[in-house]
Design a protein around this ligand. Structure first.
Ligand code: UDP
Length: 327
């Protein structure tokens, strides 16, 4: 059955793919976004409200003008680790207080289903090769802490108010819609895949490899790259899951396979046919050596099964976007 969903952060990288997935599945998406990091062009013709979660009047107005909503998907956040270390209060205000404001408005409006964007950063330095949901949470930066705080708030809200929620801990989101018309666009861009592809396009922009002395197979950090459309699919499955399951739930989302920074560069060279100039530089503070997800629980309980499992296929979709980037 078709549902009407408020998508907070729908103009962002993952949010814009979410909005598209909702409409392709016959649902109605209404985006609420402050456009601090998002792009108006990314939501196309779908309903858009300019507003900020720090302004309760703007959220209430969105519920009044565009509701009633069957559910909320909340992807609004500041998400850069380094920035969060430099200005933690900005991160806690935006990510925690913003979410509290949203929860208050949802409660007043009687909306009881929420899918929340969480992160592998809730785990800090992992103690296992494959991180499952039983792995202890111990964030090592304010960004990860802000997301874990919200997860705890959601657990309490489930008990107190009957709020049903799924927190989805993304590992490394990558790729773009295969149509190539929406994709990742951050200013500044700190993520590996877009930076690698920028270096492939512009010969004068050399990629910095942050650290070649980690205890990994080639000395560079290993990450679990998951396609943005596969992440969007997990949100749709989470909405269906919440129909049958009260409570607060969390799932790790990744491919279960890690690639080093150098392996990502190799893959990008295969996909683009270009040589990617790089410099080995110091480690970036706060980077764990290896982050790879076990997504067994998401597969078993949500029925999630990522379509993009090959790193070359993920990078190929990102390359389509970067060669004709529109915003
Ligand atoms: N990285 C890099 N050069 C860059 C961007 C990232 O070497 O220009 C490395 C980074 O240190 C990490 C990995 O690539 O080991 C993935 O970083 P990203 O910022 O994409 O995601 P994160 O793992 O921080 O969420």
């Amino acid at each position: 059955t078709s549902v009407k969903v408020l998508v907070c952060g729908g103009a962002g990288y993952i949010g814009s793919h979410m909005v598209r997935a909702l409409s392709r599945s016959g649902h109605e998406a209404v985006t609420f976004d402050n456009l601090v990091t998002g792009h108006r062009e990314a939501v196309g013709d779908s309903a858009f409200i300019l507003g900020d979660l720090l302004n309760t009047h703007e959220i209430e107005a969105a519920f009044a003008s565009h509701g009633p909503f069957d559910a909320v998907i909340h992807l609004s956040a500041l998400s850069l680790v380094g920035e969060s270390v430099a200005d933690p209060c900005r991160y806690y205000l935006n990510n925690v207080t913003g979410t509290l404001n949203l929860l208050g408005t949802m409660k007043a409006a009687g909306v009881t289903r929420l899918v929340f964007s969480s992160t592998a950063a809730v785990f800090g330095h992992p103690r296992a090769d494959l991180i499952d949901e039983d792995h202890p949470t111990a964030p090592i930066n304010p960004y990860g802490s802000s997301k874990l705080m919200v997860e705890r708030i959601l657990a309490d809200a489930a008990v107190a108010y009957g709020l049903r929620s799924v927190s989805l801990r993304y590992f490394n989101a990558a790729g773009a819609s295969p149509e190539g018309d929406i994709g990742e666009s951050h200013q500044p861009e700190t993520h590996l895949v877009p930076n690698v592809l920028r270096s492939a396009m512009a010969g004068d922009s050399r990629l910095k490899v942050f650290g070649a002395d980690y205890a990994t197979r080639d000395g560079t950090c290993v990450r679990d790259y998951v396609h943005v459309d596969d992440l969007a699919a997990a949100h749709l499955q989470s909405l269906a899951f919440l129909d049958k399951n009260p409570g607060a739930h969390a799932f790790n989302l990744g491919n279960g396979q890690g690639f080093s920074v150098l392996e990502v560069i190799e893959a990008a060279q295969r996909v683009t046919g270009k040589t990617i100039a790089r410099d080995m530089v110091d480690r970036r503070p706060g980077d764990p050596a290896v982050l790879v997800a076990s997504s067994a629980r998401a597969r078993a309980q949500l029925g999630w099964s990522p379509v993009y499992t090959r790193i070359d296929d993920i990078i190929e979709t990102a390359w389509r976007w970067h060669t004709q980037q529109r915003y």
